[in-house]
Design a binder for this molecule. Structure first.
Ligand code: ZN
Length: 92
């Protein structure tokens, strides 16, 4: 287990949170996307080793979804931000 700092509630154990997904996935325009582009958006995700920009929800707390920059190897978290803030790409 690791600790995540909710931008509103402070540090809490990981069990209070739910992983939502990659925060860098861009939703294509459903009126313009091909079937393959839409399928890729729905089903394909990267599985990076190292720093990753993610969305987490504080499901047993304030229920807010926010951004987390987490190392997928060590589970170190170096940044948590409200959704309105932009994370500038994970470093390798
Ligand atoms: Zn919270």
């Amino acid at each position: 287990m690791f600790v995540i700092k909710c931008p509103w509630c402070g540090q809490r154990g990981q069990k209070e949170f739910t992983y939502i997904g990659d925060s860098n996935v861009k939703r294509p325009d459903p009126n313009l996307a091909s079937d393959k582009e839409w399928s890729d958006y729905i089903f394909l995700r990267k599985n990076p080793k190292g720093w990753h920009d993610e969305l987490w929800q504080h499901t047993t707390g304030c229920r807010v979804i926010f951004k987390v920059q987490r190392n997928t190897v060590t589970h170190e978290i170096r940044l948590t931000l409200p959704l309105s803030n932009k994370i500038s790409g994970a470093e390798k």
